[in-house]
Ligand binder design. Structure first.
Ligand code: ADP
Ligand code: MG
Length: 332
């Protein structure tokens, strides 16, 4: 069955049936605006991501369920990076009329399963016809106690620079796909099914262990520079300390252009954060409890936003800031 047979309101009705509304939803799907009840003393945090077919994803490289999962996961990651609790989801969707309903159903399953895993409720959105590509706009609202969220501007000289998980896997999977190869399942999963580290982010903020935090979407180096510039400090990272998966090490061995993806590849969705030295052991304890690996990769120094890298030699060199820029494809 094609979307044209169900129509806009038929699709919205289906979505409404699949999205149970909790007691904190005063008005949800079906009204002109959602009306929500926030816990007393909490601030509202909001983040939006726009995903466009053939810009952000290719439907011949991913299945629709994974796409739904990833669309929500990457947005959840932004709320995680603030140390906040995600609560509400909005989905703006545009599909061509001849889209198979099965594809939309699979997309919604991925999106709603991922939302449910983090206790997030779908409370609204918009649904339109697209003349060509799929367009997906995901908004997540979360909340945090006043003065408890973690921004990018709090890093101070002497703080340690830490990162969760491993870096470069998602970008390596993408590079292999672009090269016409089939990446092994562990790498593909990092690309198509990223995990937002909501609990780690929340623990870091509740226990006040991180001075600044960001999630890695554009690459470790570029995203770290965002923290350094916002905080008006410099950073030094040790290349040997970068946490690399076994698959990443093996495949990039002796291939510097691929090895660089650990620093410049995007879409890791790991948390990158700075920690005052007296909180470092508490972060280590937190990770033992949560089973999520966190690695210290460097240190913050006095300065004005520059990043240096020590790659085995005693001398650190300044490295250029690179990240993905939608309007400037040179990546410089
Ligand atoms: P309006 O014309 O007032 O914007 P719509 O007909 O677009 O209303 O939407 C009706 C209701 O359905 C609203 O509550 C809206 O938030 C919800 N809705 C529309 N599209 C979606 C979607 N893709 N996901 C979730 N809720 C949706
Ligand atoms: Mg509308």
């Amino acid at each position: 069955m094609k979307l044209a047979e169900l129509g806009e309101f038929g699709l919205i009705e289906r979505i409404r049936h699949q999205a149970p509304q909790g007691p904190d939803v005063f008005r949800g799907i079906g009204d002109d605006a959602a009306e929500l009840i926030l816990p007393a003393g909490h601030h509202l945090l909001t983040s939006t991501d726009l995903l466009i077919e053939n810009v952000h994803f290719r439907r011949d490289w991913t299945d629709c369920e994974s796409l739904g999962h990833k669309a929500v996961a990457v947005n959840l990651s932004d709320i995680a990076a603030m140390g906040a609790t995600p609560r509400y989801l909005y989905l703006g969707l545009a599909f061509p009329s001849d889209t198979e309903l099965d594809e939309i159903t699979a997309f919604l399953k991925g999106a709603l399963d991922e939302a449910k895993r983090y206790n997030v409720t779908l409370v609204g959105g918009d649904t339109c016809h697209s003349p060509g590509p799929w367009l997906i706009s995901v908004t997540i609202e979360g909340s945090a106690l006043a003065n408890q969220s973690i921004g990018r501007s709090g890093a101070r000289p002497g703080d340690l620079i830490m990162v969760s998980g491993t870096v470069g896997d998602s970008a390596l999977a993408l590079a292999l796909l672009c090269d016409g190869k089939r990446p092994e399942p562990s790498l593909l999963a990092r690309h198509h099914r990223p995990t937002p580290h909501v609990e780690l982010g929340r623990q870091l903020s509740e226990r006040r262990l991180a001075s600044a935090m960001i999630d890695i979407s554009d690459g470790l180096a570029g995203d770290l520079v965002h923290i350094l510039q916002a905080s008006k400090v410099d950073g030094l990272i040790e290349e040997v300390k970068l946490p690399l998966s076994e698959a990443f090490r093996r495949i990039t061995e002796g291939q510097p252009a691929l090895r660089e993806l650990a620093l410049y590849g995007g879409e890791d969705y790991e948390l990158l954060f700075t920690v005052p030295p007296d909180c470092a052991t508490k972060v280590a304890d937190l990770c033992t409890e949560g089973q999520l690996k966190v690695t210290t990769i460097g240190v913050v120094g006095k300065g004005s936003g520059e990043l240096s890298l020590r790659d085995g030699s005693a001398v650190a060199r300044r490295i250029p800031v690179r990240g993905y820029d939608h309007f400037c494809r040179s990546r410089e």
